[in-house]
Write a protein that binds this ligand. Structure first.
Ligand SMILES: Cc1cc2nc3c(=O)[nH]c(=O)nc-3n(C[C@H](O)[C@H](O)[C@H](O)COP(=O)(O)OP(=O)(O)OC[C@H]3O[C@@H](n4cnc5c(N)ncnc54)[C@H](O)[C@@H]3O)c2cc1C
Length: 388
């Protein structure tokens, strides 16, 4: 599936084409091989970093490309469309890079951003807790001051990529803000910090990134592990979560396009009656529908990214939620339809479509489920009352 580029700047179109070419050199065969062998797509990650794609959104003075989430989402979408959806991009440059660039001290920026930009440093992000889940207001990971240090205690679940990340950006709350509405604070916790341990959660997701349960047992951190203000509140957190939603949309749309491309190619040539199966409208229309729905989701993703890059955090929040919702729904449907189009081949290893089923499903659950987005739109956009 090629993408028309007249709605993008020449720079964005050139970026899209260059990333698509990079993705094409690796492709799904490379990606699936990595997953099958329990390895990481390190070679692709390193090359994308070296070419400036992973840090395209980060400030130039720290080694980034000086562009925005619009451009970063182009990178992830195109790699996904080529069969290489890099989930860690949602976390490392998009959430962690953005939060540090916007709220970090000069020292934190110099320490972390150049590595995040060139891919030599990776960072995971941990907010989800076993007893909080969708209700982040209930998180109990607590930061206590001890002299000049912070001491962090808590548990997290489903945190992606902790084993390959140099550090995890942990969302906690301070001891004096232990109850009531969440006033989150963010800490950089190095992987080897004493008291920080992680254990993989067996998952059925076809992706190189594993998910982990984390235990923070009195993890002592220096004062400068805190990113931003102790009581800067939700604004600071959402500065990272809105890019996360936009990037999850890109992750989903990339996979949806990949699957759809395969299905269309197959439907054009596979012939069991007089004409290729794509001539039957029962085959063609659902594919056309999937294409339209993916395009609509891309449009909303683009709107969200543009609002975010223009600094309108409030409007970007609503659009990012809607984009994530639309992309998750469209991509799940596109993958399902693609699998169906290939008949039995849809489930063979050779055609590689079945492996997308679980990967794309993630976009309906994480980082915020479709129901929680519908809740957000019901309450915030439409002003309807809350049931919880
Ligand atoms: C592959 C994968 C990777 C992940 N990576 C990360 C990561 O890197 N970092 C991180 O912090 N987290 C990560 N997560 C966690 C993810 O963000 C959570 O799974 C998600 O927020 C949902 O939380 P939960 O699983 O606890 O579900 P729950 O909150 O228990 O929800 C279960 C179901 O109930 C529904 N529900 C809950 N409350 C309501 C309500 N009020 N109204 C209607 N429906 C409701 C939900 O929509 C959902 O369908 C990841 C998850 C997965 C699957």
């Amino acid at each position: 599936m090629t993408v028309t580029s007249t709605w993008e700047t020449p720079e964005q179109a050139a970026l899209r084409a260059a990333v698509a070419a990079l993705g094409g050199r690796y492709g799904q065969e490379y990606f699936n091989g990595v997953v099958r062998d329990g390895e990481q797509p390190d070679r692709l990650w390193a090359e994308a970093g070296r070419l400036g794609y992973l840090g395209v959104n980060l400030p130039e003075q720290y080694g980034g490309g000086g562009a925005g989430i619009t451009e970063l989402s182009i990178v992830l979408e195109e790699l996904g469309a080529a069969g290489c959806p890099l989930l860690l991009m949602v976390v490392s440059p998009a959430i962690c890079g953005t939060v540090i660039a916007r709220f970090g001290t000069e020292q934190q920026r110099r320490r972390w951003l150049p590595g995040l930009a060139d891919g030599s440093v990776r960072m995971a992000f941990g907010i989800t807790e076993p007893d909080a889940g969708s209700n982040a207001h209930r998180i109990t990971t607590t930061a206590r001051r001890d002299g000049g240090d912070w001491v962090l205690t808590g548990r997290k679940v489903f945190i992606s990529g902790v084993d390959v990340a140099d550090a995890t950006l942990i969302v906690g709350r301070t001891e004096d803000a232990c109850s009531g509405r969440l006033r989150p604070c963010l800490f950089i916790v190095p992987r080897d910090a004493p008291g920080f341990s992680f254990r993989p959660i067996p998952m059925e997701v076809w992706a190189p990134e594993k998910q982990f349960e984390l235990v923070l047992d009195e993890v002592r951190l220096p004062a400068d592990a805190l990113v931003g203000e102790e009581d800067a509140g939700l604004l600071q957190l959402f500065a990272g979560l809105n890019p996360e939603r936009i990037m999850t949309a890109a992750f989903a749309i990339g996979m949806g396009r990949c699957a759809l491309g395969r299905a269309v190619e197959y439907a054009r040539t596979r012939q069991v009656w007089r004409v290729p199966i794509g001539a039957h409208q029962a085959v063609a229309h659902p594919l056309a529908q999937a294409h339209i729905e993916l395009e609509l989701a891309r449009l909303m993703m683009r709107k969200a990214a543009q609002l975010y890059d223009a600094g309108d955090d409030m409007a970007a929040g609503e659009a990012a939620n809607m984009a994530k919702y639309a992309a998750g729904e469209a991509a799940v449907k596109a993958v399902d339809q693609a699998v169906h189009t290939l008949g039995g081949n849809g489930l063979t290893t050779e055609y590689g479509l079945a492996s997308l089923i679980t990967g794309v499903r993630v976009a309906r659950i994480a980082p915020v489920s479709r129901e929680m987005i519908l809740n957000f739109v019901s309450h915030t956009t439409l002003g309807l009352p809350k049931s919880y």
